[in-house]
Ligand binder design. Structure first.
Ligand SMILES: [Zn+2]
Ligand SMILES: [Zn+2]
Length: 644
């Protein structure tokens, strides 16, 4: 017998019982909505035999990992439909993603958006057939035989075959796929499905490899939930930074320059400049010292830092390591450069903490298939910083880094949208990390203590740490629900030793400082993308690239408005005048579309009374007022960084 703890209620079951059977014993409702299980905190399949006492949770669609299993199962249903409709297809991979699922296919002949309804109908048939999904295992040899002719699966089998372990497969009727799971119990658990997009995607995201057909979709346990979701996605499309940011002339991209290398246009560059000034000034107030370090260094520097061994794929190397005497690389982060600033002279315990910040432009060689707008780019600028401190200062300093990010997020109106992830190493993936188990236990222990002390609600990400230390990742979702890391704060007790960074302690002994790696607002391009989507382009006044648009009713009002323009510009405001001979209603509509916060209209009466008529993009007509009254109002809104 095994004792199973179900949310605090302990029950006894026969050894070997599966979570699916446990769910059934509780009720058919739970069984039918079960997507996956969690045994002692680890997500697993509903078919996993339980042979030891444990805590068990049945995961339904409402729980993140349950939803993933649900969406991933739907990707198999899609693959089965493709197998039925397009015989001869070669199958690649079909994971769940933040916003649903996709499957990559190598089809015998191309298909388009118009073919998706047909595929959807076939999927609905498979769902209606309510085919049982079974799990089984093959040895690598059996797996290779089973997947004969499926070259992508063969490649995946070869990767898994290394340790000689059995490879798990899932079968539903005439379709089977090698897969780690977990999966739903039958195809009928899926109720409502929609295929949403079809794109090209390179196998393994590598442009040197074959271009496959990627079909995206989403599914729900209820039709009404699907409809709600589709409506939300329609709304999100209007806010998509990659579309809206171009329409508002904030940025553009150009094939001749290259993928993942966006060009910030004057309005976008202005916003980034404003953010940058804000961040640098705030950091200065909090005791950070600005450095300015090179964009590149000799390979020796990265060899010492570990980047050469652990991050080479992500780096742009200048020169040929085989032929050239000296090879350089563009920097993927600033850490080893700022360490040189620390090493510039001898440090004593009294010099610590030492806080270095930098507005760093960094370069990362992302796979070409991964590039997206301002979010996935190859060159970006980040508010980076490294803080060297003594062990007794670590908690306070970590806290102050976190306070700084909180302040930034609140100011930008993003604070409510973030969640926290404590990213830890994976002791089973030693190759990825430097340092000893003891060092990792210590660094993670310190970080856990700090996070618990600060009462931060966090999730845990295994194998998500930096190669030199654990991270607190501040995660944010974009309008489509896709999650990305916005900000990270890391504790590192390994690199100081590697670089010979020391300080003389009170007792005269030499010690290595702790290093905190952190960003305060993350990378400016990504933050700009989030702000575009958050505000649908209607930025708060202090960030708006154009703050006031001046609209004369007729040409004879122009001179008056040029004076107004000069007065506002003298106050540091960003002003444009629409001097076209268009109707005033038309000019107002255009300014609204550009999301300019304030519009100032002037006509005969305004000139006569020495006033201006003011409109706000969301509050509408604010009536007439003196220029001085408007300036006072606007300046106070800018200074307080008000969001409206
Ligand atoms: Zn699967
Ligand atoms: Zn760093």
């Amino acid at each position: 017998m095994v004792k199973i703890d179900l949310k605090g209620q302990v029950k006894e079951f026969e050894s070997g019982i599966t979570p699916a059977q446990v769910a059934k014993s509780i009720g058919m409702g739970l069984y039918k909505s079960a997507c996956a299980a969690r045994i002692d905190g680890k997500t697993c399949d509903l078919r996993t035999p339980i042979t030891e006492d444990c805590a068990l949770e049945i995961l339904t669609f409402e729980i993140e990992d349950g939803k993933k299993a649900y969406w991933h199962t739907t990707s198999h249903i899609l693959a089965q439909a493709v197998q039925r409709l397009y015989p001869g297809t070669k199958f690649a991979i079909g994971p769940s993603v933040d916003t649903g699922f996709y499957y990559d296919f190598d089809l015998p002949s191309p298909i388009s958006m118009e073919d998706l309804p047909k595929l959807e109908d076939e999927m609905k048939k498979i769902i209606k057939e309510d085919i049982a999904i079974e799990r089984f295992e093959f040895s690598p040899e059996e797996a290779r035989r089973e997947m004969a002719g499926q070259e992508y699966k063969q490649e995946l089998i070869d990767e898994h075959a290394g340790n000689g372990e059995k490879i798990s497969f899932y079968r539903q009727g005439d379709f089977e796929d090698l897969c780690a799971g977990p999966h739903l119990m039958s195809t009928g658990v899926v109720k409502a499905v929609k295929l949403t997009a079809i794109t090209g995607a390179y196998w393994r995201g590598d442009s040197a490899k074959k271009m496959l057909t990627r079909i995206y979709g989403v599914s729900f346990p209820k039709q009404s939930l699907l409809e709600e979701h589709l409506q939300k996605m329609e709304e999100a499309k209007k806010r998509d930074h990659n579309k809206l940011g171009r329409e508002l002339e904030l940025f553009t991209t150009c094939d001749l320059v290259g993928q993942g290398l966006p060009i910030l246009l004057p309005k976008g560059a202005r916003i980034v400049q404003l953010l940058q000034r804000f961040v640098e000034d705030e950091e200065q107030k909090r005791g950070w010292l600005l450095t300015k370090t090179p964009f590149m260094a000799k390979s020796d520097l990265y060899k010492l830092s570990g980047h050469w061994d652990h991050y080479l794929d992500g780096m742009f190397v200048l020169g040929d390591p085989e032929k050239d005497k000296e090879v350089f690389a563009l920097r993927p982060m600033t850490c080893p450069f700022q360490y040189q600033a620390y090493l510039n002279k001898k440090r004593s315990y009294r010099d610590l903490p030492l806080r270095y910040d930098e507005t760093s432009t960094l370069f990362r060689n992302e796979a070409s298939g991964e590039m997206h707008g301002l979010i996935r780019v190859r060159q970006f600028t980040i508010s980076e910083g490294h803080l060297m401190c003594r062990p007794d200062q670590l908690e306070d300093e970590f806290k102050s880094c976190l306070e700084l990010t909180t302040f930034m997020l609140k100011t930008l109106g993003l604070y409510e949208d973030v969640s926290y992830r404590f990213s830890q190493w994976d002791p089973n993936n030693r190759e990825k990390y430097i340092g000893t188990t003891e060092q990792w236990d210590e660094a993670q222990g310190v970080m856990k203590k700090i996070l618990d002390h600060l009462e931060i609600p966090y999730s845990i990400g295994i194998d998500e740490a930096a190669f030199y230390g654990p991270k607190l990742d501040i995660q944010i979702k974009n309008v489509f629900g896709k999650e990305d890391t916005l900000i990270t704060i890391q504790i590192d007790q390994m690199l100081a030793e590697k670089f010979g960074m020391e300080y003389t302690d009170k007792d005269g002994s030499q010690k290595n400082p702790y290093i905190i790696h952190r960003t305060s607002i993350g990378c400016y391009e990504r933050t700009l993308a989030l702000l575009i989507e958050k505000y649908a382009g209607a930025f708060p006044l202090w960030l708006a690239p154009v703050q006031v648009k001046l609209l004369p009713i007729a040409d004879r009002h122009l001179d008056y408005l040029y004076e107004v323009k000069k007065a506002l510009e003298d106050k540091g405001m960003r002003v444009e005048i629409d001097d076209r001979s268009e109707k005033i209603g038309y000019k107002i509509r255009e300014a609204q579309l550009e999301k300019v916060p304030y519009m100032i209209v002037a006509g005969d009466k305004d000139i006569e009374n020495n006033t201006i008529s003011v409109r706000h993009r969301s509050e509408g007509d604010l009536g007439s007022m003196t220029l001085a009254a408007f300036v006072e109002k606007a300046v106070s809104e800018i200074d307080s960084k008000e969001i409206k």
